[in-house]
Design a protein around this ligand. Structure first.
Ligand SMILES: [Fe+2]
Ligand SMILES: [Fe+2]
Length: 498
């Protein structure tokens, strides 16, 4: 598809140049035509041909344009920095990049034995307990073992990890013991809704009452995030947020993706679009850069490019056309060439040679990165499948609800042992210890954005059309949309490149 498209695109470019040349009554010799095709930029081709027509007239060259004449003009344009289609009034280009990687994971040896697993869950419990204690009044507090032995009628609070959820009771645990907490029939809508949203292995506070030697739930306290002001920067630059390119898939929307790259180079339809593009200083790609190979059974039947190395090579070729003042930050998703379990270290260096591509920064999934002081928590979002399974109000078409729940539970992938592979080393790196300004995910291929407690949530959609698997699952993707966040005022917009 890639090569077909290139050929097709070149033909269209050639036709456009010849038509415009004919309108100006000039003839292009083969060399001139070839240079114009190579340096084609739709925003400036017409003015370039105007100049060539003028030059041909001046030289009395019978309106025949030579390769040398074109080369001279293109060379001049290159020196004035417009030949690659970058508008001379670029704003982001003049702003120095300010990137700080605040949190990221490198591959490291780990033990997956029972003791490491135990330590992992204790670490999760300890970290989220400490968030809960700092955010809520948990007095009088009792560990679960103590709570069970309180006299009838006592009330108190405890911190638990959910083991199982049933209609009338929850099985919960803390590092010492396991217990049942009954859900009263008349518990009220608010509590019922909160319990319905809970997912296994999440850590929450519970206010309880002892009755007839049983613990009854009175309320559930989410660790949650504090309400904060929307994070903003001093510099007037923007971030383009996207994900799930799935290069190599037969369903990859190559035309739309290239349209976006052209838009970044100044190919917008009008001045407004162009000035919006020129403010882009960063692009964040939240995983699934390529479709990968062997990710699911019989995937090869749906692949256009069947070699993972080629997939990256061809994608990076397109990304290299993005103006180099734009920094591109990438993290792996479940389709990328990286270990599958979370947290994922950066994509294997042999595929994304970041150092060879000056404007590319390859980070882990998840990671936290500051751009001009605005903190982005970037996470591919694989655990949304589990959250959609276990939590009411979360679904594939509303990823923002899953994102909100992750923040409320202060964990990116709470459910252990279901669809999302988790690396159970001795510490749990997926606890949301630091609150971001922007929370950016992908994976479910549905574009959604809103604000939760001053945090901009963005699930950035995809560049892949609907697959057979998505048809079976009833998922309707929203491809070819990019989100743009202006760092100076926090305003957010979406642009469709369909
Ligand atoms: Fe994806
Ligand atoms: Fe994914």
């Amino acid at each position: 598809m890639f090569l077909d498209w290139l050929t097709h695109d070149k033909e269209a470019v050639k036709r456009k140049i010849l038509t415009e040349a004919a309108r100006r009554k000039i003839l292009l010799n083969p060399e001139a035509l070839s240079i114009l095709i190579e340096n084609y930029d739709e925003t400036s081709i017409e003015s370039l041909l105007d100049k060539l027509a003028g030059r041909a007239g001046e030289l009395g060259s019978s309106h025949v344009v030579s390769g040398e004449m074109v080369a001279q003009l293109v060379g001049n344009r290159a020196r004035s920095e417009v030949s690659i289609g970058v508008h001379p009034q670029v704003l982001a280009k003049d702003v120095e990049a300010k990137i700080e990687v605040l949190k990221m994971y490198e591959a490291k040896p780990f033990s997956d034995d029972l003791e490491a697993k135990r330590q992992y869950f204790v670490d999760r419990y300890r970290k989220i307990s400490s968030i809960l204690r700092s955010r809520s009044d948990l007095s009088p507090y009792y560990p679960l073992r103590k709570a069970r032995s309180l006299p009838d009628g006592s009330e108190g609070k405890t911190i638990v990890m959910l083991y199982e959820k049933h209609e009338n009771y929850m099985v919960v645990e803390d590092p010492e013991t396991i217990a049942k907490i009954m859900i009263p029939k008349d518990c009220g809508r608010d509590l019922r809704e909160k319990i319905d949203r809970l997912v296994p292995d999440s850590v929450v506070g519970v206010a309880f009452r002892v009755s007839g030697s049983k613990l009854f739930c009175r309320s559930v306290i989410f660790p949650d995030v504090p309400l904060k002001k929307i994070g903003m920067a001093d510099e007037d630059v923007s971030v383009l947020m996207t994900s799930d390119i799935h290069f190599g898939s037969q369903k990859f929307s190559e035309k739309a993706f290239r349209r976006m790259v052209r838009w970044l180079r100044g190919g917008g339809l009008n001045e407004k679009e162009r000035s919006q593009a020129f403010k882009i200083k960063y692009i964040i790609i939240a995983g699934d850069l390529v479709d990968g190979v062997g990710v699911y059974p019989q995937q090869e039947k749906e692949l256009q490019v069947k070699d993972v190395g080629k997939q990256y090579e061809m994608l990076l070729e397109i990304l290299s056309q993005i103006p180099d003042y734009i920094k591109v930050i990438v993290i792996p998703g479940n389709h990328d060439a990286a270990p599958r379990a979370l947290p994922q270290p950066p994509i294997f260096r042999e595929y994304v040679k970041a150092e060879a591509n000056g404007n590319l920064l390859s980070l882990s999934n998840p990671c936290m990165v500051s751009l001009h002081g605005v903190r982005f928590m970037v996470y591919h979002g694989t655990s949304m499948e589990d959250i959609a399974t276990f939590s009411k109000n979360a679904s594939y078409d509303k990823p923002d609800n899953s994102m909100e729940l992750m923040l409320q539970l202060r964990h990116l992938a709470p459910v252990y042992g279901s669809r999302t592979p988790l690396l159970t080393q001795s510490v749990d790196e997926l606890v949301v210890e630091d609150v971001p300004d922007v929370f950016h995910t992908g994976h479910v291929h549905v574009f959604r954005s809103r604000i939760y407690k001053g945090i901009r949530l963005v699930n950035s959609g995809t560049w892949q059309e609907r697959t057979k698997y998505q048809e079976q699952m009833g998922i309707v993707p929203t491809p070819n949309i990019a989100g743009i966040l202006e760092l100076k005022n926090g305003s957010f917009s979406e642009i469709s490149f369909a």
